[in-house]
Ligand binder design. Structure first.
Ligand SMILES: [Zn+2]
Ligand SMILES: [Zn+2]
Length: 96
């Protein structure tokens, strides 16, 4: 398998949490966007609906603290690494 930055997460940026249960994923600041993101702990493109919902819930906790209630969006478009599931949290007025 080719090298994947999301499989080898480095602690260059702040980490919020690393979940082991109910499944593995990490919440950290994305080093290219400088906004929080959730990264699935397995190299897979698609999360299950349960995994997706859980990661969005966890990101929303950070969003409410960092940007304020209703001031953030969930962005699941995978631009740079399209085959490893990751979901960004962005301030509402962000334009990609
Ligand atoms: Zn990967
Ligand atoms: Zn990013």
């Amino acid at each position: 398998m080719a090298h994947c930055d999301l499989c080898e997460l480095k602690e260059y940026t702040p980490w919020y949490a690393r979940f082991t249960l109910p499944f593995r994923f990490t919440l950290l600041d994305c080093d290219s966007c400088d906004t929080p993101m959730a990264v699935l702990g397995e190299h897979r493109k698609h999360p299950t609906p349960e995994e997706r919902a859980f990661m969005i819930e966890a990101l929303s906790l950070i969003g409410r603290k960092k940007y304020g209630e209703g001031e953030f969006i969930i962005d699941d478009v995978m631009r740079q690494i399209p085959d490893h599931c990751h979901i960004h949290l962005r301030p509402k007025r962000w334009r990609g």
